[in-house]
Design a protein around this ligand. Structure first.
Ligand code: ADP
Ligand code: MG
Length: 226
């Protein structure tokens, strides 16, 4: 599993709610090589977000192994898993999840400060990246003072500022208009390539998926090669 930045083996996930037993993922196999860009498509409710949560260590599998940067994270306790995740992965969600009371710059600084980087260095690194996503003149703006596309670009900068091994993105342009979505997407792909970060992107947009190295479809709890 060491040649992959991210991998899972024999992955199962079910949810039990009262009488209802929902099998979401069944014996799923998946791996991502360094710098690889993989799209995951699938109908609504097929388990795409569940898969991304498991791969990112935000939820625990019912069965199976999950490997991030050479370590089996599902055997770590929650605190250690959190540290490993912060060190090696970045996340971009459909809704930006930026902290509302902080500026764009402060939001992007946050993951670096959590890692113990001196504030001045963190600020420089964060503002460089915000300039790269075209937000050099929005550093002091709070999320409520940014447009939808600007918020997602801030969220992308926040995910990439730590130069993670892999970014997990769950329909990051899902609530943007088509033109804005395309621009945000181009910026994300270019930046991933530049930093050398792998990308796992959940999208319902087949045109976007085609621009990635490969596309997989989540059906009946497994990933099918397209
Ligand atoms: N925390 C949960 N508890 C119970 N069922 C859940 C939970 N999270 C997801 N599910 C169910 O798992 C299935 C897959 O959900 P999800 O991963 O969000 O799908 P997708 O992202 O592909 O639309 C759905 O049927 C959903 O209702
Ligand atoms: Mg989803």
């Amino acid at each position: 599993m060491n040649e992959f930045v991210l991998a899972c083996h024999n992955l199962h996930k079910h949810f039990q709610e009262a009488e209802l037993h929902v099998e979401v993922l069944q014996d799923l196999e998946f791996n991502v090589k360094p710098k690889e860009q993989v799209a995951i498509i699938g109908s609504s409710g097929s388990g795409k977000s569940t898969l991304l949560h498991l791969l990112g260590g935000l939820d625990e599998p019912s069965q199976g192994e999950i490997w991030v940067a050479g370590k089996q994270i599902n055997q770590l306790n929650q605190a250690k898993r959190g540290l490993w995740r912060n060190r090696h992965l970045g996340f971009v969600y459909q809704f930006h999840h930026l902290l509302p009371e902080f500026t764009a710059l402060e939001n992007v600084c946050m993951p670096l400060l959590i890692r113990g980087m001196p504030p001045k260095t963190a600020q420089n690194q964060a503002s460089d990246l915000l300039v790269e996503v075209g937000l050099g003149d929005r550093l002091k703006h709070k999320p409520s003072e940014l447009s939808g596309g600007e918020r997602q670009r801030t969220a992308i900068a926040r995910a990439l500022v730590t130069e993670p091994k892999c970014v997990l993105a769950d329909e990051p342009t899902g609530n943007l208009d088509r033109q804005t979505a395309e621009r945000v997407y181009e910026i994300m792909l270019a930046l991933n390539q530049k930093i050398g970060t792998s990308l796992v992107l959940v999208t319902h947009d087949q045109n976007l998926a085609k621009k990635m190295d490969r596309t997989l479809q989540l059906v009946d709890g497994r990933l099918k090669v397209l």
